[in-house]
Design a protein around this ligand. Structure first.
Ligand SMILES: Nc1ncnc2c1ncn2[C@@H]1O[C@H](COP(=O)(O)OP(=O)(O)OP(=O)(O)O)[C@@H](O)[C@H]1O
Ligand SMILES: [Mg+2]
Length: 242
């Protein structure tokens, strides 16, 4: 069996045959507030602490301060992972450079990542988010650029997570495949794996966060919905029952 990257979501890695196959490009898709950023950061964080890996988190939406404050509030302390988990703050940087054309933003992103890779050989990468990239870069041919982005990520020979925003509200009553995960034409086939985060209505007034693995190449995974909880710094998955 190929090496696997654990998600460290309690009770969930065993549902993924031990984790995500190393080298996969995985979409982490969900509607607003489903904890996409938190889960992605937590995967890097725990892999740094428990597996001695290195992670790069590229943020195009939240600036570094906002992201790190949020993770501190989720008991993921910056000091614990200093020098092993880098945050590339393109949200903040983009304001300073301003007015870049689409192609240039993409080139800048690639250039930064390649430079960082030379001095800081990261194993895991998060791009938060594909949608922000699409909006900011104003690609003329997004389908083509998106295809090239996947190829490029794959070529880095790391495990990467691409965050993808889904329309609100999303509900598990809809099958994951109903969604177009990245806007425009269906491009889900480009990803090696898709993890879906939902916030589902329970009765009239309550909601519940859920996690489902829509696909994971090379893995006999559970395709069901799991209730996603968060407790003292750890995400947990519990089988959702009707
Ligand atoms: N300390 C905490 N404990 C539990 N849940 C929290 C805590 N802090 C924030 N949250 C929840 O996490 C949500 C935000 O998580 P996160 O930013 O990871 O979601 P997201 O899916 O990335 O959101 P966005 O669509 O804004 O990118 C908040 O809306 C809140 O409900
Ligand atoms: Mg987010």
């Amino acid at each position: 069996m190929s090496a696997r990257i654990r998600t460290f979501v309690e009770n969930y890695d065993e549902k993924l045959n031990g984790g995500i196959p190393q080298g996969h490009v995985v979409l982490l898709a969900g509607s607003p507030g489903t904890m996409k950023s938190s889960l992605a950061y937590s995967i890097l964080y725990r892999n740094v602490i428990e597996e001695g890996k290195k992670g790069l988190y590229i943020s195009l939406e939240q600036n570094r301060e906002s992201l790190e404050d949020q993770m501190e509030s989720l008991q993921m302390s910056r000091e614990e992972v200093e020098s092993k988990l880098a945050v590339l703050d393109l949200a903040g940087m983009r304001i300073r450079i301003g007015g870049l054309e689409g192609g240039s933003l993409m080139n800048m992103l690639k250039m930064y990542v390649m430079n960082i890779k030379r001095s800081f050989d990261f194993d895991l990468l998060v791009l938060d988010s594909a949608d922000a990239l699409r909006v900011l870069a104003e690609f003329e041919d997004f389908d083509l650029e998106y295809f090239k982005l996947f190829k490029w990520l794959k070529g880095l020979r790391i495990t990467s997570f691409l965050i993808s925003e889904l329309p609100y509200p999303s509900s598990s009553s809809r099958n994951g495949h109903d969604f177009d995960f990245v806007g425009g034409e269906k491009k889900d086939f480009l990803a090696d794996g898709i993890l879906l985060l939902t916030m589902d209505q329970m009765g009239q007034f309550e909601t519940q966060r859920r996690l489902r693995c829509v696909k994971m190449r090379g893995t006999a995974h559970d395709t069901g919905y799991f209730v996603l909880g968060f407790d003292s710094g750890t995400f947990t998955a519990t089988k959702a029952v009707a």
